[in-house]
Design a protein around this ligand. Structure first.
Ligand code: B12
Length: 427
């Protein structure tokens, strides 16, 4: 018997990501454990098990609460799983959480099998829900902040929950609950949460409500030490929305990494703006940074401006060259099919990606990765599809894999988008 069972569904694509441990759910699990609850996790992205095996597993665990992770491409499977669970234990409350459920709670609650949605940051919300359902102490549902639930067919939203102001007070992700050997990027960490920028295609600002909080450097170092000592990690993968924002903080991080003599390499993601200085890039290189992934998005200045990226092509070129010259490998992410994209702008984007790849060398390559523009719940483009003349072709979340077109725009048909995508894949 387990108090809370957390399930991460897989997508229907045969390539589901299992590189990275599910950090959000592992954070929630750690906090529940701290408050004395027993927690288990089934990560279907990583553990390949059949429907029958799954049913046996869940039946044996007899959970008192089931919490299911909902991201866009795994949401339909999350619903399928919820149905299987309700079939086994009709009385077990099913709580949904994660980016997709948080972005469109009203829609998700229309599903009969979803009882409650825990909105946005959920560590403390889940503790209060466990107190309510399991220990039968604490607040009534209506007084638990940050949830949406059904009452006599009506959706009730409780008061907003304040985000935890000091991230250092949070226990580290409960990695002991998953088989860390299943993840190729086992050294993944989050050193800060949230994004203050407002790109129209990205949900990060909405999900963090524009807040940005960071952990202290000693707290991060402690977690890295655990990854090295207990999980034999040799490469750290920093997954923050915005890592290089406060250069003083990054310098302090690098200094600590060097002082500890960890002998690890690491990589991170970054924005092109605010532009990282050459000084900080050198400090990062000396502290073992082997790769930075930048969101470049487009090779057309007009498109960059209109999607609110706040960068331009010259700036991108300069940062990519500088990072390469300092000796750090690169990945550049691109998106094609924005509502503003035309044949001309996409040609520019593809040409620009070639130009950036050519900056790379054998030892320090510049990789490029393309996704098709997809209106994500929680973004400006999703909320105002008519205004941006976005024509939805598929409203089945199973198909939202960022490689197949799910929309057409004023300028681009499905066939054109598919052909462009094929071109970027053949390079
Ligand atoms: C790191 C990251 C990844 C990593 C790691 C994902 C992982 N396994 O954890 C990788 C690169 C693998 C990845 C992949 C994808 N990602 Co991603 N990713 C992120 C990113 C940048 C940070 C997530 C994170 O770890 N944050 C820190 C933790 C602590 O916060 P959190 O995950 O939000 O979790 C908190 C709450 O959301 C909530 N919560 C989360 N899960 C659950 C589950 C339950 C049951 C409950 C109750 C609550 C809950 O509580 C958590 C703790 O407070 C976010 C952007 C963002 N700001 O959220 C995008 C983001 C979540 N990803 C997104 C997408 C679309 C994807 C992909 C579908 C992309 C693709 N091309 O395939 C895949 C799907 C992967 C999968 N099947 O799970 C979108 C989701 C949009 C949406 N509406 O669903 C986001 C918001 C990015 C964006 N720009 O819009 N991603």
């Amino acid at each position: 018997v387990v108090d809370i069972l957390i399930i991460i569904p897989s997508s229907i694509d045969k390539y589901t990501r299992h590189e990275v441990p599910p950090l959000g759910p592992l954070y929630i699990a750690a906090t529940l454990k701290k408050y004395g609850y027993s927690v288990e996790i089934i990560d279907l992205c990583a553990q390949k098990i059949s429907r029958e095996e799954f049913i046996v597993l869940v039946s044996e665990k007899k959970p008192k609460i089931v919490a299911i992770s909902s991201l866009i491409n795994i949401h339909n499977n999350a619903i399928r799983i919820a149905k299987i669970i309700k079939n086994i234990f009709n009385d077990v409350p099913i709580i949904f959480g994660g980016a997709h459920a948080s972005a469109i709670p009203n829609e998700v609650l229309k599903e009969e099998v979803v009882d409650i949605i825990s909105l946005f940051e959920s560590e403390l919300t889940l503790v209060e829900l466990a107190d309510y359902y399991i220990r039968k102490t604490g607040n009534d549902l209506k007084d638990i902040k940050g949830i949406a639930y059904k009452n006599n067919g009506q959706v009730i939203f409780t008061d907003k929950r304040q985000r935890v102001s000091d991230l250092d007070t949070m226990p580290f992700p409960a990695r002991e609950l998953v088989d860390m050997k299943l993840y190729t990027e086992a050294g993944s960490i989050i050193t800060g949460r949230g994004c203050i920028y407002k790109c129209k295609f990205c949900a990060a600002n909405y999900l963090s409500e524009g807040t940005y909080r960071t952990r202290s450097i000693p707290n991060i170092i402690e977690e890295i030490r655990i990854l090295i000592d207990e999980y034999d990690v040799k490469d750290i993968f920093i997954l923050d929305d915005t890592f290089i924002l406060d250069e003083g903080r990054i310098a302090e991080f690098c200094e600590s990494i060097e002082k500890e003599n960890f002998n690890i390499t690491w990589s991170c993601t970054s924005r092109i703006n605010p532009p990282p200085s050459s000084d900080i890039l050198k400090i990062m290189k000396n502290a073992g940074c082997r790769k930075i992934s930048f969101g470049v998005e487009s090779g057309d200045n007009e498109v960059l401006k209109k999607v609110n990226k706040g960068t331009n092509v010259d700036q991108v070129r300069e940062i990519i060259k500088m990072t390469h010259d300092i000796g750090i490998a690169l990945t550049c992410f691109f998106i094609i099919g924005f509502p503003y994209d035309t044949r001309e702008s996409i040609e520019k984007t593809i040409a620009f990606s070639k130009e950036l790849r050519a900056i790379g060398s054998k030892e320090k390559p510049v990789y490029t990765t393309f996704s098709l523009f997809t209106p994500l719940p929680g973004t400006v483009f999703y909320n105002e599809m008519d205004k941006y003349k976005i024509k939805l072709l598929k409203d089945n979340w199973d198909y939202y894999n960022f490689n197949d077109p799910v929309i057409e725009t004023e300028h681009l048909s499905k066939e054109m988008l598919r052909n462009y995508m094929l071109r970027t894949m053949s390079k």
